[in-house]
Design a protein around this ligand. Structure first.
Ligand SMILES: Cc1ncc(COP(=O)(O)OP(=O)(O)O)c(N)n1
Ligand code: 3NM
Ligand code: MG
Length: 208
């Protein structure tokens, strides 16, 4: 499936709870989200496989791929379009071997030292962050700010997104820093109208 990093929605079950996961994601895609990651730190593998299958069905025909956070076995078993891995989420080579060449595989990078070790042959994109401190990830690294983000993006051998504390008004600045788009949890999932919230990112923070 085609990888478009313009606006990457990462889900949070707690923030989606009221509206429901599927409805939140479908609304965000209507608003312009181009890629979706199922991220749930508390669900069992079985629950996550079930969520992933429901999301895949809801996204059918949209052209928007569904990736799984952290869990290779869930990505394989659910028929998702790929996996997002962090620095401590296993071996990139093993994930690529299990998922196959057609899957989308992303990796988080927080430092230039990590960037120097990126396996560009086996990965498709990088997630650079956090740009700002965020309560959506309690164990996040030291915030990069826009300057740190620009330094990482300039060193990246792969297309990248920025993540961490991003709001619609930051969309232009992160793109100017050298990534293809923002990756967002709370500023879309946590909003009463996820469609309008996603639209605001697509137009660089302006709702017009
Ligand atoms: C697009 C994107 N970028 C970075 C991350 C963070 O991944 P990781 O460092 O493994 O942290 P967790 O998300 O697993 O807490 C991401 N999920 N997505
Ligand atoms: C999932 C995640 N990864 C990060 C990283 O720095 O790698 S920051 C983060 C949370 C992003 O959520 P919000 O958009 O609500 O700030
Ligand atoms: Mg992870």
């Amino acid at each position: 499936m085609r990888l478009d990093l313009s606006l990457y929605l990462v889900t949070d079950p707690r923030l989606c709870a009221e509206r429901g996961l599927v409805e939140t994601v479908v609304a965000a895609v209507r608003g312009g989200a181009t890629l979706v990651q199922l991220r749930d730190k508390h669900a069992s593998d079985g629950e996550m496989i079930d969520q992933a299958r429901r999301l895949k069905a809801a996204l059918a025909g949209s052209g928007v791929p569904l990736l799984i956070n952290d869990r290779l076995a869930v990505a394989v078993e659910s028929g998702a379009d790929g996996l997002h891995m962090g620095q401590d989420d296993g071996e990139v080579a093993a994930a690529r071997a299990a998922l196959g060449e057609g899957a989308i595989l992303g990796l988080s990078v927080q430092t230039l030292a990590q960037m120097a070790r990126v396996d560009a042959e086996r990965l498709d994109y990088l997630g650079l962050g956090p740009v700002f401190a965020t309560s959506s990830k309690h164990d996040h690294a030291e915030p990069l700010g826009f300057e740190g983000l620009a330094r990482l993006a300039a060193a990246s051998p792969l297309p990248a997104v920025a993540i961490g504390g991003l709001k619609a008004e930051h969309a232009d600045a992160v793109r100017q820093a050298g990534v293809l788009g923002p990756a967002v949890i709370s500023a879309i999932c946590g909003r009463p109208d996820p469609e309008a919230a996603a639209k605001a990112f697509a137009v660089g923070g302006r709702l017009d």
